[in-house]
Write a protein that binds this ligand. Structure first.
Ligand code: ADP
Length: 495
């Protein structure tokens, strides 16, 4: 296995200037005590020490964003679109370096990391094009002699707190529509993966994003979070992460009646009906479950199969799971990288152990690979015989563990699928058009993939219902989130 340390990471990049170690506030690279240590999850080695700018840094970023907002909202949408398109082009031109940084700090395979860069850039392209289409409507005159119309005004300064599993795309998915709409941003990236955020800031500056419009503050979440949620200048909090932190931010934002956009946890059912094509379904499950080692909020969490295809599906899955190669994300033939850290390995292993104690059977894997491979690796795992009451079925696994449940009737499947506080993504494999309608209407989820293991794209609405979140990212819906609807009534027109 290759090793990657602070010394060797920079030498891998064609543009080491992208490897930033300071926060980016008001167009300047800002120092602070270097207390954030960034780890390579494949080896456990330190790859960077980063400045923590703390509450003071967060306050100055908010002030800078507020000052910049007064100018940025008046920049023509056509011009904002052009700047965003330059940012998009620069990101794609530097995709190899951005993917290298991403794999180094987060662990996902280089192929997945490069895919994320392209996916993340697509939101910038889409929003750049949309900037000139953010407009209101002329209304049918509500009173005699009057005229009415609406406009869409940028909401103001937006603070975003982002997670480590998509260190690039979770930022672009929020920032691109926000900047297109005329908002300015303060971003607090995850402490595990700030380097990808800072590399994006470097390229935003090169693209011509004016100072103060896009700020990145790195540091302690407990210190920075309350500054962002408490500042009166901040009009919206965008967050992707765990449900408990999302609820906390929502409570903090309530005092200032700030808008919140929350993309929280999931517990995705992946349903295979007995008329489905087994090989296609098995390939879909592997794509959904083992992408990013299962560390996505839309990963299949409960695989539910009807008895007619159950045995064939399990056999097809076992063949595929046993063939998955685990290792350093930089090795060319790796299918699965490490988990984010060893605590995640312990948490996932705990879920598996408790399921086995409760009567579930391990078909493949079912153990940590930390001793064999170092870092934070877990074996791709297939389990059957779990029950709906087990933690494995109730909690988001966030690891490479596929748990298959056998259920018969549509009603029973829907009951199990919906029996969770979450409602982000669900998947359904069937070739029966009647079932497609009955089941998609019955599933309480924000996104449903029918015969499709992945649902996200720059053009479509991403988000959940129930405790999976509020709001949508992507497409025109993602842009609208960052605007206020303003209504104007003009009287006395016909007199
Ligand atoms: P995970 O457990 O997967 O890291 P979290 O919800 O804890 O998910 O983290 C997502 C983001 O939320 C990260 O940027 C993290 O630093 C941030 N975060 C965690 N706790 C708080 C908090 N109390 N206030 C503000 N941000 C927080």
């Amino acid at each position: 296995m290759t090793t990657l340390t602070a010394d060797t990471l920079a030498s891998r990049l064609s543009e080491p200037r992208l490897l930033r170690h300071q926060s980016y506030i008001n167009g300047a690279w800002v120092e602070g005590p270097r207390s954030l240590v960034i780890n390579n999850p494949a080896t456990g080695e330190d790859i960077a020490h980063l400045a923590d700018v703390g509450a003071e840094g967060a306050r100055s970023a908010v002030e800078a964003a507020q000052t910049a907002f007064e100018r940025w909202k008046k920049v023509s949408p056509y011009e904002r679109g052009k700047i965003l398109m330059r940012w998009h082009d620069l990101i794609l031109a530097h995709a190899d370096d951005l993917a290298t940084i991403l794999t180094a700090e987060m662990g996902k395979t280089y192929r997945e990391a490069r895919g994320e860069i392209v996916y993340g850039a697509a939101f910038i392209e889409w929003s750049a094009e949309e900037a000139k289409r953010i407009h209101g409507e002329t209304l049918t005159p509500p009173f005699p002699g009057s005229r009415g119309w609406t406009t869409r005004a940028p909401i103001g300064v937006v603070a975003c707190i982002t997670p480590w599993n998509f260190p690039n795309a979770m930022i672009t998915r929020k920032c691109a529509p926000a900047l297109a709409a005329g908002c300015t941003m303060v971003i607090k990236p995850a402490p595990e993966t700030p380097l990808s955020a800072l590399a994006l800031a470097e390229l935003a500056e090169e693209a011509g994003v004016p100072k103060g419009v896009f700020n990145i503050v790195c540091g302690d979440a407990q210190e920075i979070g309350p500054v962002l949620t408490g500042a009166p200048e901040v009009r919206m909090i965008g967050f992707t992460g765990s449900t408990p932190v999302g609820k906390l931010l929502m409570r903090q934002a309530a005092d200032g009646v700030k808008r919140v956009a929350l993309e929280l946890g999931g517990n995705a059912p992946f349903i295979i009906m007995d008329d489905a094509d087994v090989d296609t379904a098995a390939a879909g499950i592997v794509a959904s479950k083992f992408r990013v080692s299962g560390q996505t909020c839309v990963s299949a969490n409960r695989i539910i199969a009807q008895p007619g295809i159950y045995d064939d599906l399990l056999a097809a899955l076992k063949t595929k799971v046993d063939a998955l190669k685990v290792g350093d994300g930089f090795a060319g033939d790796t299918d699965l990288g490490p988990l984010i850290h060893t605590q995640a390995v312990e948490r996932v292993d705990g879920l598996v152990r408790r399921a086995v104690d409760g009567g579930a059977r391990i078909v493949s894997g079912g153990h940590s690979l930390v001793d064999e491979l170092g870092g934070a690796f877990y074996a791709p795992t297939l389990i059957e015989g779990g029950t709906p009451e087990m933690d494995l079925a109730c909690f988001e696994i966030f690891g490479p563990v596929a748990s298959v449940y056998k259920m018969d009737s549509e009603a029973e499947i829907l009951r199990f699928a919906n029996d969770t506080p979450y409602g982000l993504a669900a998947y359904l494999y069937t070739r029966d058009i009647g079932r497609v309608h009955r089941m998609t209407e019955g599933l309480d989820y924000g996104m449903i993939g029918v015969n499709a293991p992945m649902v996200g794209s720059a053009a479509t609405p991403f988000g959940g219902v129930k405790e999976s979140g509020i709001g949508r990212e992507g497409g025109k819906w993602g842009v609208e989130e960052f605007t206020e609807l303003k209504y104007v009534l003009l009287g006395g027109v016909d007199t």
